[in-house]
Design a protein around this ligand. Structure first.
Ligand code: DAH
Length: 342
C-alpha cells in the first residue's frame, strides 16, 4: 500500500510539474482530489479493508492528499507569478519613446475669408444677421419679385421641401425677414449656406456660401452702392484695387449692376485667372426694387435701400488662387492648413 501511495504521489507530481496554466492544473486537482478523484475515492472506500489495515491505508492516502494538495498549491503560485510576469512584459511601457503629438485642426479658408469680410463690413457699420436654411418660397422668390415663371424657380435649380418651402437658393431672402421685423435705418450683412440643384464641377457645388448686404434708409442712392462697395473692395483686396460697375439685371433691384475688381494676380494686365480681361466679377448689387419695398409695407417715395450679394467661396478662390471649388468641400486638413496664417 505504501508503494501504491508513493507511486500515486510520484505520478501526480509529474503531471503537476508539467502543467503550464491554471485550467489544466484544475483538471489535475479534480482528477486526484475532486469528489470522484482517485485519492478521495480511495479514502471513501476504506470500509472494504480490515480493522488493522484501515488506519494504515487511511494514513497513506491522507498523506497522499496532503502531498498532492501542497504540490498543486505551490505550482499554482508558480503559474500565477509566471503569468503576471508575462503580462507585465507584454504591457511594458517604454517611457523614453518620443510622444505622439495631438493633432490640431485648421480653420477652413472659407471661414478665414468670411471673418475678414465680416471685419471689413463691421468697419463700415454693418451688423451680422442670419436666417434659416429652410426658407419660405415666399421669402426666397415671391417677395423678392422673382416671377413664377423665372428659370431659377425650376425644380432643376431649386431644392423644394414642399410647395411652400425651399432650401434657400440665396441669402437675399433674409432681406425680407429683416425688412419685416426691423425699422430703418438698417445696415446688415447676411452670411450663410445656400443650395442649388447643381452637380459639382470645378466651379459649382450644390451647397455654397453667400454674403448679402442690405442698407435701408431715407435717400439711399446709387452713389451709396458705389461708395460702400468701392470702400469694401479697397479694404478687402487692397488700396490699389480698381473697381468698375456694369449694368445688370436682378428681379429685386432696380437699377442693378455687377461689380468687377482689377485682377488680384495681374492687376489689370491680363492673365489666366481673369481670362485676359484684367477684371474679376465679384458681386451683384443695386437699389431695392420699389415692388420689394411695397411688399414689406414701405413707401418707395419715402425710403430707399441698396442690396448686394457675393459668393464667399468664389471670393476665397480668387483671393487664394484656388482653381477648383470642390477643394473647399473636402475638409482635407493639409489643404485647409495652407490658409490659416495668410
Ligand atoms: N441673390 C443673387 C444671386 O444669388 C445675388 C445678388 C445680386 C444679391 C444682387 C443681391 C443683389 O443682394 O443686390 O445670384
Amino acid at each position: 500500500m505504501d508503494e501504491k501511495a508513493k507511486k500515486l504521489i510520484a505520478e501526480a507530481g509529474k503531471s503537476i510539474e508539467s502543467v503550464m496554466n491554471l485550467p489544466e492544473l484544475e483538471e489535475i486537482r479534480v482528477k486526484y482530489l475532486g469528489k470522484k478523484g482517485e485519492i478521495t475515492q480511495a479514502l471513501r472506500s476504506l470500509g472494504q479493508y480490515s480493522q488493522e489495515e484501515k488506519p494504515v491505508i487511511g494514513r497513506f492516502f491522507n498523506k497522499a492528499r496532503e502531498a498532492v494538495t501542497e504540490m498543486i498549491e505551490s505550482r499554482r503560485g508558480e503559474i500565477v507569478s509566471v503569468e503576471l510576469e508575462n503580462k507585465l512584459k507584454s504591457e511594458d511601457l517604454d517611457v523614453t519613446l518620443p510622444g505622439r503629438k495631438p493633432s490640431v485642426g485648421a480653420r477652413h479658408p472659407v471661414n478665414v475669408v468670411y471673418e475678414e469680410l465680416e471685419r471689413t463690413f463691421a468697419h463700415l457699420g454693418f451688423e451680422v444677421v442670419e436666417g434659416p436654411d429652410v426658407e419660405l418660397d415666399y421669402n426666397n422668390f415671391e417677395a423678392l419679385n422673382v416671377p413664377k415663371n423665372h428659370p431659377s424657380r425650376d425644380i432643376q435649380d431649386t431644392f423644394y421641401i414642399t410647395d411652400d418651402f425651399v432650401l434657400r437658393t440665396h441669402t437675399t431672402c433674409v432681406d425680407i425677414r429683416i425688412l419685416k421685423c426691423r425699422k430703418p435705418p438698417i445696415r446688415a450683412i447676411i452670411p450663410g449656406k445656400v443650395y442649388r440643384s447643381d452637380a459639382s464641377d470645378p466651379s459649382h457645388l450644390p451647397v455654397f456660401h453667400q454674403l448679402d448686404g442690405l442698407v435701408v434708409d431715407e435717400r439711399i442712392t446709387f452713389g451709396d452702392v458705389k461708395g460702400v462697395l468701392a470702400r469694401f473692395a479697397h479694404e478687402f483686396f487692397g488700396p490699389d484695387t480698381d473697381v468698375r460697375f456694369r449694368p445688370s439685371y436682378f428681379p429685386f433691384t432696380e437699377p442693378s449692376a455687377e461689380m468687377d475688381v482689377s485682377c488680384v494676380i495681374c492687376h489689370g494686365a491680363g492673365c489666366r485667372l481673369c481670362k485676359h480681361t484684367g477684371w474679376l466679377e465679384i458681386l451683384g448689387a443695386g437699389l431695392l426694387h420699389p415692388m420689394v419695398l411695397k411688399e414689406v409695407g414701405y413707401d418707395p417715395e419715402e425710403l430707399s435701400g441698396l442690396a448686394f450679394g457675393m459668393g464667399i467661396d468664389r471670393v476665397t478662390m480668387l483671393k487664394y488662387g484656388i482653381d477648383d471649388i470642390r477643394l473647399l468641400a473636402e475638409n482635407d486638413l493639409a489643404f485647409n492648413r495652407q490658409f490659416m496664417h495668410v
